[in-house]
Design a protein around this ligand. Structure first.
Ligand code: HEC
Length: 95
Protein backbone atom coordinates (compact mmCIF):
# COMPACT_ATOMS: atom_id res chain seq x y z
CA UNK A 1 0.00 0.00 0.00
CA UNK A 2 2.77 2.39 0.93
CA UNK A 3 4.69 1.53 -2.23
CA UNK A 4 1.66 2.28 -4.35
CA UNK A 5 1.22 5.68 -2.76
CA UNK A 6 4.81 6.58 -3.56
CA UNK A 7 4.37 5.44 -7.14
CA UNK A 8 1.31 7.67 -7.53
CA UNK A 9 3.07 10.65 -5.94
CA UNK A 10 6.16 10.15 -8.05
CA UNK A 11 4.09 9.84 -11.21
CA UNK A 12 2.18 13.01 -10.43
CA UNK A 13 5.40 14.90 -9.71
CA UNK A 14 7.08 13.69 -12.90
CA UNK A 15 4.01 14.47 -15.02
CA UNK A 16 3.75 17.93 -13.48
CA UNK A 17 7.38 18.67 -14.21
CA UNK A 18 7.57 17.39 -17.76
CA UNK A 19 4.27 18.18 -19.43
CA UNK A 20 4.04 21.98 -19.11
CA UNK A 21 7.51 22.42 -20.62
CA UNK A 22 6.80 20.49 -23.80
CA UNK A 23 5.74 23.21 -26.28
CA UNK A 24 8.75 25.45 -25.59
CA UNK A 25 11.15 22.58 -25.76
CA UNK A 26 10.39 21.56 -29.31
CA UNK A 27 13.85 21.76 -30.90
CA UNK A 28 12.48 21.37 -34.44
CA UNK A 29 10.46 24.58 -34.17
CA UNK A 30 13.39 26.53 -32.78
CA UNK A 31 15.67 25.30 -35.54
CA UNK A 32 13.54 26.53 -38.43
CA UNK A 33 13.00 30.09 -37.26
CA UNK A 34 13.37 32.21 -40.42
CA UNK A 35 14.45 35.31 -38.50
CA UNK A 36 17.19 33.40 -36.74
CA UNK A 37 18.42 31.89 -40.00
CA UNK A 38 18.61 35.38 -41.48
CA UNK A 39 20.56 36.68 -38.46
CA UNK A 40 23.04 33.82 -38.41
CA UNK A 41 23.44 32.72 -42.03
CA UNK A 42 22.90 35.84 -44.09
CA UNK A 43 25.13 38.20 -42.12
CA UNK A 44 28.43 36.48 -42.91
CA UNK A 45 29.21 38.76 -45.88
CA UNK A 46 26.97 41.79 -45.29
CA UNK A 47 24.61 43.07 -42.61
CA UNK A 48 20.83 42.78 -42.69
CA UNK A 49 20.46 46.39 -43.88
CA UNK A 50 20.52 45.57 -47.57
CA UNK A 51 18.20 42.63 -47.00
CA UNK A 52 15.66 44.77 -45.14
CA UNK A 53 15.82 47.52 -47.78
CA UNK A 54 15.54 45.18 -50.78
CA UNK A 55 11.72 44.87 -50.67
CA UNK A 56 11.70 41.94 -53.12
CA UNK A 57 8.62 39.91 -53.93
CA UNK A 58 8.65 36.19 -52.99
CA UNK A 59 9.82 35.01 -56.45
CA UNK A 60 12.73 37.44 -56.47
CA UNK A 61 13.65 36.43 -52.92
CA UNK A 62 13.85 32.82 -54.04
CA UNK A 63 16.26 33.81 -56.85
CA UNK A 64 18.26 36.08 -54.55
CA UNK A 65 18.68 33.41 -51.86
CA UNK A 66 19.65 30.87 -54.55
CA UNK A 67 22.23 33.36 -55.82
CA UNK A 68 23.58 33.97 -52.29
CA UNK A 69 23.86 30.24 -51.65
CA UNK A 70 25.84 29.82 -54.87
CA UNK A 71 28.32 32.62 -54.14
CA UNK A 72 31.12 30.60 -52.62
CA UNK A 73 31.87 27.94 -50.07
CA UNK A 74 30.92 30.58 -47.51
CA UNK A 75 27.42 30.89 -48.94
CA UNK A 76 24.70 29.65 -46.60
CA UNK A 77 23.90 25.98 -47.12
CA UNK A 78 20.26 25.68 -46.15
CA UNK A 79 18.07 22.61 -45.90
CA UNK A 80 14.70 22.71 -47.67
CA UNK A 81 12.84 23.49 -44.41
CA UNK A 82 15.34 26.22 -43.49
CA UNK A 83 14.96 27.70 -46.96
CA UNK A 84 11.15 27.72 -46.66
CA UNK A 85 11.27 29.34 -43.20
CA UNK A 86 13.73 31.97 -44.45
CA UNK A 87 11.62 32.76 -47.53
CA UNK A 88 8.51 33.14 -45.36
CA UNK A 89 10.39 35.51 -43.09
CA UNK A 90 11.76 37.52 -46.04
CA UNK A 91 8.23 37.90 -47.45
CA UNK A 92 7.20 39.67 -44.21
CA UNK A 93 9.94 42.29 -44.70
CA UNK A 94 8.35 43.70 -47.83
CA UNK A 95 7.01 47.21 -47.30
C1 HEC B 1 29.07 34.44 -49.42
C2 HEC B 1 28.76 35.79 -48.95
C3 HEC B 1 27.26 36.12 -48.85
C4 HEC B 1 26.33 35.52 -48.07
C5 HEC B 1 26.51 34.37 -47.08
C6 HEC B 1 25.06 36.20 -48.34
N1 HEC B 1 25.27 37.22 -49.23
FE1 HEC B 1 23.87 38.53 -49.89
N2 HEC B 1 25.27 39.49 -51.00
C7 HEC B 1 26.62 39.12 -51.12
C8 HEC B 1 27.30 40.03 -52.03
C9 HEC B 1 28.78 39.95 -52.42
C10 HEC B 1 26.33 40.95 -52.49
C11 HEC B 1 26.51 42.14 -53.48
C12 HEC B 1 26.60 41.63 -54.91
C13 HEC B 1 25.33 41.00 -55.39
O1 HEC B 1 24.25 41.60 -55.29
O2 HEC B 1 25.41 39.84 -55.85
C14 HEC B 1 25.07 40.58 -51.82
C15 HEC B 1 23.88 41.27 -51.99
C16 HEC B 1 22.69 40.95 -51.38
C17 HEC B 1 21.44 41.66 -51.59
C18 HEC B 1 21.22 42.92 -52.45
C19 HEC B 1 21.12 42.55 -53.90
C20 HEC B 1 19.75 42.06 -54.29
O3 HEC B 1 19.68 41.19 -55.18
O4 HEC B 1 18.74 42.51 -53.72
C21 HEC B 1 20.49 41.01 -50.85
C22 HEC B 1 19.02 41.37 -50.71
C23 HEC B 1 21.15 39.89 -50.20
N3 HEC B 1 22.46 39.89 -50.53
C24 HEC B 1 20.49 38.98 -49.39
C25 HEC B 1 21.11 37.88 -48.77
C26 HEC B 1 20.41 36.88 -48.00
C27 HEC B 1 18.90 36.85 -47.75
C28 HEC B 1 21.34 36.00 -47.54
C29 HEC B 1 21.11 34.73 -46.71
C30 HEC B 1 20.39 33.68 -47.42
C31 HEC B 1 22.65 36.45 -48.03
N4 HEC B 1 22.45 37.59 -48.77
C32 HEC B 1 23.85 35.84 -47.76
C33 HEC B 1 27.23 38.10 -50.44
C34 HEC B 1 26.60 37.21 -49.57
Amino acid sequence: MKKRLWAVLFGALLGGLLLPGCPERNPQAAEVDGGKILQTRCTVCHDTGRIERAGHDPATWRQTVDRMMGKSNFGPKLTESELQALLEHLATLKQ
